[in-house]
Design a protein around this ligand. Structure first.
Ligand code: AMP
Ligand code: MG
Length: 220
């Protein structure tokens, strides 16, 4: 497969990237954290290509990126009041929220059989524009071979994935460089599953709740 290089500042390039995603191909693009490798989140065939390109273990579920809170209703159910506060405070941004999944809206390839779904709205103009044009939720882990470091610019993506994915959108370096904080709000009390730039204290302040920490005390 020849991997296309698409300049992120051109509308025509984002249009082409969006069409590839709609057609079930894999496309890498910048987000506020690291470069993501995206595929149509509602298509099992498309998501399978992410696992193949990365050599990602099949038991590791994927985060889904959206650009509009309305898209959340498509894939999540029982959205708690706390979620609204968190989205208002941190979206778009590096906070992934785990919701109960709306039944059978996301293939098992994304959630690995979990009854939940992990969702985030990235704070990056290229990612948001691409998601908007594509009009679909996009499953997107980091755009590197499994076990390698997460890429923070397009060149690092090429080095790992050239010939394995349909395209890379070059949008310059990512500003955060650290994966998103993951907060599970699908149960009775919110639990941090992974540390990131958004801290437990910030989450407690935004929600007025005490937050459990399943990811250990080390804060990144
Ligand atoms: P990565 O894409 O490598 O940054 O990893 C995504 C992270 O999201 C992994 O740690 C997954 O375990 C986590 N994840 C994805 N979906 C879910 C979910 N439904 N529930 C809990 N964690 C999830
Ligand atoms: Mg990764």
């Amino acid at each position: 497969m020849k991997t296309k290089r698409l300049p992120g500042h051109l509308d025509s390039a984002l249009q082409e990237a969006a069409e590839l995603l709609q057609a079930g191909e894999t496309v890498a693009f910048p987000t506020d954290t690291v470069y993501g490798l995206g595929a149509h989140a509602r298509s099992a065939d498309a998501v399978k290509k992410i696992y193949e390109a990365k050599g990602r273990p099949l038991d590791k579920a994927l985060i889904i990126l959206i650009c509009d809170k309305k898209q959340l209703q498509e894939i999540a159910s029982d959205i708690p009041e706390t979620a609204q506060k968190l989205m208002d405070a941190f979206w778009p941004g590096p906070l992934t929220l785990v919701f109960k999944q709306r039944q059978d809206t996301v293939p098992d390839y994304v959630t690995r059989g979990l009854k939940t779904v992990a969702v985030r709205m990235p704070n990056h103009p290229v990612a948001l524009q691409l998601l908007q044009i594509a009009g679909i939720p996009i499953a997107a882990p980091s755009a590197n071979l499994s076990g390698h470091a997460s890429p923070t610019d397009a060149e690092q993506v090429y080095r790992d994935l050239d010939g394995r994915i349909a395209a890379v959108v070059d949008g310059g370096p990512c500003s955060v460089g650290v994966a998103s904080t993951i907060l599970d709000i699908s149960g009775d009390t919110p639990v941090i599953l992974r540390h990131g730039t958004i801290t437990r204290e910030q989450i407690e302040q935004a929600t007025g709740l005490r937050i459990q920490d399943a990811a250990g005390s080390a804060s990144v």
